[in-house]
Design a protein around this ligand. Structure first.
Ligand code: ADP
Ligand code: ZN
Length: 761
């Protein structure tokens, strides 16, 4: 290779050679560590888990990489020298290094790419810390005698400083004493005070006082579930539990006990929840029971994230609660991992490294040899199958606490709902009646519609034209408030038209129902009620989510409608009716998980009501009331659903019976995309047929495709995909590695590998 040829010509200067070498990985798809010599003056500073700067790539550009190994065995070839060590302390613990190493192997990407993604930007650049000047009075014995004369301002400052009793931020002293920094300087000059500079966290972590809740006595079911968990925590060691419990069955109470137990052992607990469940309510529950809780969510600034990271790394945090990426929290003494709503799709990251937070968490628990507890009312079928195979211990809480009933779910068959004269309505007469009854009794109503915008289908009945994105094979949604047609994938917007851009007819139709149109209809039907919409269009500002939920809780809002954002993790005792406007949205997508997702969403929604004393019902409007995803959600029958759906998956060789890897080839040039998809798939076919492998790997591995991806054009790229399937992850990975290690896309073409893909479009 040219790189090594060049480096051979520039051997390290013997004067600086230390005999120590560092292996460095870079933020590149290459899964390969490069050896560098460590010059003598950096030997003290170099360390595994630190970032370095080293000449890399074309032109030996100074490039930041991560040191993953330090050793003294000279590489076979002459190597270049690292030029700088960027961190004073290792950013990564040993166990995080091992975890990220595994991720690079499993998700087939560069170790450096994983490290880059895992370390929050605020940690890399020390965001959130600043140099701060502190002032303190000199010790009593060192005070000058006689005391020097002070001006009025100086005495004011001197008084405040003495009362502070120790070091205090100069800024604060100035503010408190109403003086400028010059006055403080005179105190120093007169020998009364001294100052020093420290790097401190900019954003103190806010600890809010919460009242410790009344102690809870576990019920019989909870006791049965708690016993093995407690015993496992006491004994230590890796063990995976799947806690299947209906909504309101007391799962969180089990999590809290488990956390208290590990804290007692002096260890830390990591709790992963979907981003959307990181509500103030959830956080308060943890804060109320555990002393030091760090919360990591996507609205944090780089600085805040960095501050949390450093506090956690310093061992100052007992419990980390966070969304997907919190799985990489740098806890040094982890004793337990918990994942709530483990089935949630948001645990899967859709950019490199395309990891699944739950699976990474299980691996972390294995590597750290600690228990992991995964909970859900509707476990992912992958997890359910793992429990059936005995890889996870299944724990069940089949009933709600205190014998509260699960809500009654009524299905409204839209095929038989009378339509009011012509005009399309979102809410049929049955649901409308139920709403009036609930509201009339002082209850609150939630309405779910998993599609945002006003009109989701803009078309011309004269020529058949459908408004579609110019970059994507996706139809445009009309947003009335923004007065624009929008692509929900790439963000492309254009002004709405009155005449068909294709045939010029003035008959363009704005049809299809989104949350915005639903809101207009509800406001017209219930003019004396306060209606609020919650979707990603209305919840753009940080804190808006919380404000709306608070207002809803306080009863200032009577009808809350929105996308699945409203369905998750909320708990409102006064909600006596939950309506699903159209359960079929999402059911017919070309994705083998469509049925599972619909079931999960319906079951979640069905769990949103009836939590308080007042009870409550759920009403689901659907065109397919007999579809198992809907009928079994209505009877709260996860077990039956899992059985049916697993049989279907087995028959069609889908996960969890087969491992899947999806390869996507994309290019702005259609022919180039198609040609490389064929080349790459051909290379895989070749690898499957290789005669030197006995038995031939084609026996255990299937290749489907290449074909146009279901959404063929996306963000201006033409996309082809194909899938590799195998019952054996080992076989799958060995073939992937073999082919991908030599695959090179021509310029202008990219390919992505998605192991255990979640998004099939
Ligand atoms: P889940 O997490 O399964 O939805 P939670 O743990 O949130 O269930 O429990 C639902 C409600 O019941 C909470 O308000 C919780 O405080 C309460 N709860 C939990 N366990 C008990 C118990 N053993 N006795 C009384 N109330 C309980
Ligand atoms: Zn688009």
């Amino acid at each position: 290779m040219s790189a090594s040829g060049r480096s051979a010509k520039t051997p390290p200067d013997p004067a600086t050679a230390s005999g120590i070498f560092a292996d460095i990985v870079f933020d590149r798809p290459l899964d390969h560590a490069y050896s560098y010599a460590v010059p003598a003056d950096l030997v003290e500073r170099i360390g595994v888990g630190k970032r370095v700067e080293a000449p890399f790539g074309r032109g030996d550009k100074a490039t930041v990489g991560y040191c993953v190994r330090v050793h003294d065995s000279p590489p076979p070839r002459a190597v270049k020298e690292i030029t700088r060590v960027l961190d004073d302390e290792a950013l990564l613990t040993d166990s995080l290094l091992r975890l990220t190493r595994w991720m690079a192997d499993y998700y087939l990407c560069g170790w450096g790419q994983v490290l880059q993604a895992v370390l929050p930007a605020g940690v890399r650049d020390q965001a959130g810390t600043r140099e701060t000047v502190f002032v303190e009075p000199v010790a009593e014995a060192e005070l000058p005698v006689p005391q020097p004369a002070l001006t009025a301002k100086q005495s004011q400052a001197w008084d405040k400083l003495r009362k502070a009793g120790g070091a205090i931020e100069q800024r604060r002293l100035c503010r408190d004493a109403g003086v400028g920094p010059g006055v403080i300087q005179s105190l120093i000059d007169k020998g009364l005070a001294r100052k020093h500079v420290e790097r401190i966290e900019r954003s103190g972590v806010v600890e809010i006082d919460v009242n410790p809740p009344a102690p809870i006595v576990l019920n019989e079911d909870q006791e049965r579930v708690w016993r093995p968990v407690r015993e496992t925590i006491e004994a230590g060691g890796y063990h995976a539990f799947l806690l299947h419990g209906v909504t309101g069955s007391g799962k969180t109470e089990i999590y809290l006990r488990a956390i208290e137990e590990v804290i007692k052992q002096g260890k830390e607990a990591l709790v992963l929840v979907p981003e959307i469940s990181l509500t103030p309510q959830t956080i308060e529950r943890f804060r109320g029971r555990c002393a030091q809780v760090a919360v990591m969510h996507s609205h944090l600034t780089d600085g805040e994230r960095g501050a949390h990271w450093r506090r956690i790394a310093a061992g100052q945090v007992q419990v980390v609660v966070g969304a997907r990426s919190a799985v990489f929290a740098p806890c040094r003494n982890l004793g337990l991992v918990i994942i709530d709503e483990e089935h949630e799709g948001t645990f899967k990251q859709e950019s490199t490294p395309r990891y699944h937070g739950r699976d990474v968490a299980v691996m972390r628990a294995k590597l750290e040899n600690i228990p992991i507890l995964m909970g859900s009312a509707t476990p992912a079928l992958e997890s359910w199958a793992n429990a059936q195979r005995g890889q996870y211990t299944l724990l069940q809480l089949p009933n709600r606490v205190e014998n509260r009933p699960l809500p009654e779910v009524a299905l409204v068959d839209l095929r038989h709902e009378p339509r009011s004269s012509g005009a399309f309505v979102a809410i049929g007469p049955t649901l409308e009646r139920a709403m009036r009854t609930a509201l009339g009794r002082g209850g609150q109503v939630m309405l779910l519609l998993n599609r945002r915008g006003f009109s989701t289908h803009v078309h011309c009945p004269a020529c058949g034209y459908v408004a579609a994105c110019r970059n994507c094979d996706l139809s445009l949604t009309f947003h009335r408030q923004r007065a624009s047609l929008m692509c929900h994938f790439c963000g492309h917007e254009e002004p709405p038209y009155r005449k068909c851009p294709s045939c010029g007819e003035a008959s363009i139709r704005y049809q299809g129902l989104g949350t915005e149109k639903l809101q207009a209809e509800i406001e017209a039907k219930f003019p004396d009620k306060v209606v609020q919409r919650m979707d990603s269009d209305t919840m753009t500002r940080p804190g808006s989510h919380r404000r709306v939920l608070d207002a809803f809780r306080n009863g200032e809002i009577q009808i809350l409608l929105g996308t699945q954002m409203i369905a998750k993790g909320l708990d409102f005792p006064n909600v006596t009716l939950v309506g699903v406007v159209n359960a079929d949205v999402g059911l017919h997508l070309p994705d083998f998980r469509a049925a599972e997702r619909t079931f999960q969403l319906m079951a979640q929604v069905a769990g949103r009501t009836g939590r308080g004393e007042r009870g409550g019902i759920v009403m689901i409007q659907t065109f397919t009331p007999d579809h198992p995803s809907i009928s079994l959600a209505a009877t709260h029958d996860y077990l039956k659903f899992a059985e049916l759906e697993l049989a279907h998956r087995k028959e069609h060789q889908y996960p969890p019976y087969q491992r899947l890897a999806r390869l996507i080839v994309r290019s702005k040039n259609e022919n180039a995309a198609s040609a490389f998809a064929d080349t790459l798939a051909g290379a895989f076919r070749e690898a499957l047929r290789r005669p030197d492998r006995q038995p031939p790997r084609s026996a255990g591995l299937r290749l489907l495709g290449p074909a146009e991806a279901p959404v063929y054009r996306l963000g201006g790229y033409y996309r082809y995909h194909f899938q590799l399937q195998s019952a054996s992850p080992g076989v799958l990975h060995s073939v992937l590695r073999e082919v991908l290690s030599v695959a090179r896309a021509p310029s202008g073409v990219e390919f992505q590998i998605d192991v255990d893909p979640f998004n099939m479009l």
